[in-house]
Design a protein around this ligand. Structure first.
Ligand SMILES: Nc1ncnc2c1ncn2[C@@H]1O[C@H](COP(=O)(O)OP(=O)(O)OP(=O)(O)O)[C@@H](O)[C@H]1O
Length: 816
């Protein structure tokens, strides 16, 4: 795509953005609970539109070359991503569930399930590629120093004689097979000769022979042609995948174009960086002295005017209040003075009021609890004020003022706009000079106070105590390793196996389809179970988008931990690895089994938790993974695990988690397949979001079979009935399906495929050997989920709805 095409895409994106911003205000108005459905619909459509915008801004930021436009695009991209996260939060509160059935909204907006996929901004990895490489090298170096890895890669030892016997046996078998084939051929030939001898050759005339050959050949040709026509027609109507040779070339060319675009970006960015420094220096030299003098003159004028009006020189505004910039905010000197005094008085009043409020609050809380139940019946739904809308709005305005409809003719080489750069740098310089001038003028004013008013100038007290108190409430973490470098801590964590090298798995590799009947099930008052698509989407939202960018993390609703709950083989570990791959995060392993025998005692646990969280924060983004998370919260520790003492980490973990604040891109991800064994309160308090993963449905199983077979390098043909496989594998997890595929598609079987096509029945034997997930197991997991805080609220909501519907039905009957 050319730069002009990207500009057009940008222009059209802002038309959509404008429409969305217009829809934002009405959302802030509270809506009664009975309008929940329409409120949910509005939220969902906004969410879907923002997702579309996120996709577009990602493409634009990835491909546009102009450095100034890219800076704005980055802000817009982060803003929209943050807004998506906020809307997701609102959706969870409205739906009382982590999963949302948006099929009807998709249908109304003429979108496809692919539009619901959460795009992962490409810059997450591209812009930190060097850091990631360095980190990878450091890890590899530490691992290599530790010596060869033991158990995992080593093979079972075999005695020499046994090995020779094995080889001999294999060789004799090979020779035997060859001889058998040879003998079969000889026997066939003998048979043929015998038949000819007995029956004699059938003599054809030349014409007869020609006709027979033509008949066979023409038949063969026609069959081939018909088959080819049939395939092309099937391809045309989308019943068969199209031949991929064409796609590969096109894809390769597109990829090449994108890479060239990125190289041009780097070139233009470097040019822009040099120009920024140069412009700043030039402006400071040419306009700086004038600016300084002018500013001094204006401030002096303000001193004099104030003195003439109030009889004394004013107090200089403190730097924390904006210094002299406060003076030039289109206000008279009296107004400024009044405002400053009022602020000082207000802060005093507020302190007094606070004490009173605290007492009142206690009383109110009691009353509220009583009223709570009554009020719940007529709750009001509304979205929380957004932190990202102001960012998006500012970006939108900047676009309208500077970049709207700018076509290639204005910046043919995609170099920066020097005039815009000068305006920006001038503002920066003004601010810089203002701070210097403020210092000087503060001194001058002090002298004036002494000389004329004969008093010491009182510096205005900044109103920062309030803010200080708030942050002061949070306990500061005690550094248990103040004298150790990050490198040494890192090395220790690697040596003890707490910091691991994560496998490269992308989120796209997590196969799973959309739930197409969600709203229909909802209408029938049946609770739809989440699909694998929903799970992938939630992991992208909670894990990837939050950890990928510091700007998004700092402002988005804070989520420090998630818990993946599902039967074994559902891909929980795979998702943890995918989060690490997509964001370049470090993977720390604090699973109970990994802690066993390491860092004993109370102090030991405290130290390891401290070290992990400290390094995770310093080298963010980081994922701290706890496998079998239920063990940390066991209701009763099993006898065989008493020695492991899995609960010892619980306290320190919760404490360390609480200390994570916005901007600390560290996420705790727990995985468990037996949450029932844990005590609910502790588990739900530690893990803020619980993502339930039930067994895959038919649609997901269908794509799982197809894609997993294809990733083994096997083209799925019509001989393989995937639908039948999807049907019979109900109850099996993706892990099971993968296992069955691995058992069937051995190297030998893959080589035979051209002669002996793959059929569904081959998989059945292997599948039957695996233990499926039984209904009781699934029911018990579901029961557990509906006892979690969010699950409980959902169940209660459905019950209330049922009661209301029953009432309405009764009333209707009475009226009849
Ligand atoms: N949706 C999926 N798409 C592709 N592969 C999957 C999917 N789900 C699971 N797998 C594969 O199945 C195998 C088992 O997955 P994984 O070990 O992540 O499951 P798990 O839920 O963590 O199991 P456990 O609870 O036993 O630890 C892995 O090889 C993984 O790649």
């Amino acid at each position: 795509m050319s730069e002009q095409a990207y500009q057009r895409l940008w222009d059209s994106s802002h038309v959509t953005l404008q429409e969305l911003l217009d829809q934002e205000l009405p959302l802030l108005e509270p809506v009664p609970d009975r309008e929940r459905q329409s409120f949910h619909y509005r939220l969902s459509s906004l969410y879907l539109y923002y997702l579309g915008l996120l996709r577009r801004f990602d493409t634009l930021y990835d491909q546009m070359v102009h450095p100034q436009k890219r800076r704005l695009l980055r802000r817009l991209l982060d803003g929209v991503a943050g807004r998506v996260l906020e809307l997701k939060d609102d959706l969870v509160r409205t739906d009382l569930s982590e999963y949302h059935c948006l099929d009807h909204v998709l249908q109304d907006l003429k979108l496809t399930p692919a539009d619901l996929e959460v795009p992962i901004p490409k810059y997450f990895l591209l812009e930190q590629s060097t850091i990631l490489k360095e980190r990878g090298l450091m890890l590899a170096e530490i691992l290599s120093r530790m010596g060869p890895v033991t158990s995992e890669t080593s093979f079972p030892e075999m005695h020499r004689t046994t090995a020779i016997i094995l080889l001999q046996r294999a060789e004799r078998a090979r020779q035997g097979r060859l001889r058998a084939t040879f003998m079969r051929e000889i026997r066939k030939e003998e048979e043929r000769d015998r038949k000819i001898r007995e029956e004699g050759w059938h003599r054809f005339s030349q014409d007869q022979a020609a006709i027979i050959i033509q008949k066979v050949w023409k038949g063969y040709l026609q069959r081939k042609r018909t088959q080819h026509d049939r395939w092309t027609e099937m391809e045309f109507i989308g019943m068969l995948p199209s031949a991929h040779q064409v796609n590969l070339r096109v894809m390769y060319q597109a990829g090449l174009g994108e890479d060239i675009g990125r190289l041009r970006q780097i070139e233009k960015e470097e040019e822009f960086q040099v120009a920024m420094v140069k412009t700043h220096d030039v402006l400071r030299e040419t306009e700086g002295p004038d600016m300084k003098e002018k500013l001094k003159e204006q401030i002096r004028q303000w001193f004099i005017e104030c003195h003439a009006l109030t009889g004394r020189f004013p107090d200089y505004p403190d730097e924390s209040l904006g210094g002299s910039s406060l003076i030039f905010a289109d206000k008279t000197p009296e107004q400024v003075k009044m405002e400053l005094e009022v602020q000082a008085q207000e802060s005093k009043k507020k302190n007094q009021e606070k004490n009173k409020e605290k007492e009142n609050e206690k009383k109110e809380r009691k009353q509220k609890k009583e009223k709570g139940r009554k009020r719940e019946a007529d709750t009001m739904l509304k979205t929380w004020p957004s932190k990202f809308i102001p960012v998006i709005n500012a970006g939108h305005e900047e676009y309208i003022n500077m970049w709207k409809n700018q076509h290639e003719s204005i910046h043919p080489t995609q170099s920066f706009d020097p005039e815009a750069l000068r305006v920006e740098k001038r503002k920066e310089l003004e601010e810089e000079i203002r701070i210097q001038v403020d210092e000087l003028m503060r001194q001058e004013l002090k002298n004036l106070h002494l000389a004329v008013d004969r008093e010491e100038g009182k510096p205005l007290k900044p109103l920062k105590k309030k803010a200080g108190k708030k942050t002061g409430k949070k306990k500061k973490e005690k550094d248990l390793t103040p004298d150790r470098s990050v490198e040494s801590l890192l090395e220790e964590l690697v040596v003890f196996g707490f910091l691991r090298k994560s496998e490269t798995v992308t989120l796209k590799d997590y196969i799973g389809d959309f739930l197409y009947l969600g709203s229909t099930l909802n209408l029938a008052n049946k609770l739809p179970m989440p699909s694998l698509f929903d799970i992938r989407q939630n992991v992208a939202l909670y894990g990837v988008l939050r950890l990928g960018s510091p700007d998004i993390h700092a402002m988005a609703p804070l989520i420090r931990s998630i818990l993946l709950v599902g039967p074994s083989g559902m891909g929980k570990k795979m998702l943890v690895k995918a989060v690490c791959t997509e964001t370049g995060a470090n993977l720390f392993d604090l699973s109970p089994s990994n802690l066993q025998g390491k860092y004993p005692g109370k102090m030991g646990v405290q130290m390891i938790v401290h070290m992990v969280f400290k390094v995770a924060r310093l080298l963010q983004p980081s994922v701290i993974w706890i496998g079998n998370a239920e063990k940390n919260f066991y209701k009763r520790v099993p006898k065989e695990e008493k020695e492991m003492d899995p609960k010892r980490i619980k306290k320190d973990l919760t404490k360390a988690l609480r200390l994570l604040s916005p901007g600390d891109r560290v996420m705790l991800i727990g995985t468990t397949d037996q949450p029932q064994l844990a005590e609910m309160k502790g588990l739900c308090r530690t893990y803020e979001r619980i993502l339930f993963m039930p067994r895959p449905d038919y649609a997901s199983r269908f794509v799982l079979w197809r894609q997993m077979i294809e990733t083994q390098g096997v083209q799925v043909t019509q001989n393989l009935d995937i639908s039948a496989l999807a049907k019979v594998s109900d109850g099996y997890t993706p892990g099971h399906i993968l296992q069955a595929i691995h058992s069937v598609l051995t190297e030998r079987r893959v080589l035979q495929l051209s002669k002996q096509p793959l059929v569904a029945s081959e998989f059945l034997g292997h599948l039957a050997k695996l233990e499926p997930m039984y209904r009781e197991e699934e029911e018990s997991l579901k029961d557990w989920y509906f006892k979690t805080p969010l699950g409980k609220r959902k169940v209660k909501f459905i019950k209330d709805q049922d009661v209301e519907e029953a009432k309405l039905a009764k009333e209707r009957k009475k009226r009849k």
